[in-house]
Design a protein around this ligand. Structure first.
Ligand code: SF4
Length: 235
């Protein structure tokens, strides 16, 4: 597996913000979002290559020391890892009875289905095509991933990073459609940290605009910034 770092901390974003978490940061990603906050993990370095048993030893040490509430598979994009190695790893960590939390861009439903039975919480990060360097339309694939979460009765929530860029009508219609079709219980608008720290007015406009337009489409909608980058000032 390609792993950049393993560390214990507290969840800095999303529904379970503040919960004790063992983070396993995989390297490599199939997307290239310009606002990526883990640029160092977007690409794979040769030193990232780790044997599953080597990773398990480190995980075991952290679990015994900190007894975290969650093990977070984050990145990069965890789902681009070698499938059999990832499954082997997930099987081996089942013994800890610690909730496994996947942070994913949800554009790889064919990979998600292979490991979904090992997951407890799935953070579906909707990457808007307007923001993506490759102009990759994520909506169809994200819908497929959400459908899988529902089919397998998995807890999930949806999160969108809101940047200072203008959100055009077409994009808002697509977001509304996705929410109408998938009806997530919990939906998060996460202001992009660089501009949020600069108190950029466009960020606030976009947050309020999107909030008001989609609030009727989901049971619970929240504006949650990244705690680790705004208050704790760590990665
Ligand atoms: S999907 Fe996530 S890790 Fe990949 S480039 Fe976008 S923000 Fe970065």
């Amino acid at each position: 597996m390609n792993i950049r770092e393993i560390f214990f901390s507290y969840q800095g974003e999303g529904k379970y913000i503040g919960y004790s978490t063992l983070f396993i940061r995989f390297s490599g990603c199939n997307l290239n979002c310009f606002y990526c906050d883990t640029k160092e993990a977007k690409k794979v370095d040769p030193e990232d290559k780790k044997d599953v048993n080597e990773v398990l030893k480190i995980v075991d040490m952290f679990i015994k020391k900190y007894k975290p509430k969650f093990i977070s598979l984050t990145g990069g994009e965890p789902l681009i890892q070698n499938e059999s190695e990832l499954i082997n790893f997930l099987q081996k960590i089942e013994k800890y009875n610690t909730k496994v939390y996947l942070e994913t861009n949800a554009t790889l439903p064919n990979k998600l289905i292979k490991i979904i039975k090992f997951l407890d919480v799935i953070s579906v990060n909707l990457k808007l095509s307007i923001d993506d360097v490759k102009n990759f339309d994520t909506f169809k694939l994200v819908k497929q991933s959400i459908d899988l979460c529902k089919k397998f009765n998995k807890e999930f929530f949806v999160k969108i990073v809101i940047t200072k860029n203008y959100y055009n009508k077409k994009l808002i219609i697509k977001i509304k459609k996705l929410l109408t079709k998938t009806k997530p219980d919990f939906f998060i608008l996460q202001p992009e940290t660089t501009w949020f720290k600069k108190a950029n007015k466009n960020i606030f406009f976009n947050l309020c605009n999107l909030y008001s337009q989609i609030k009727d489409k989901v049971a619970s909608i929240h504006i949650i910034p990244q705690l680790h980058k705004t208050i704790w000032k760590i990665k």
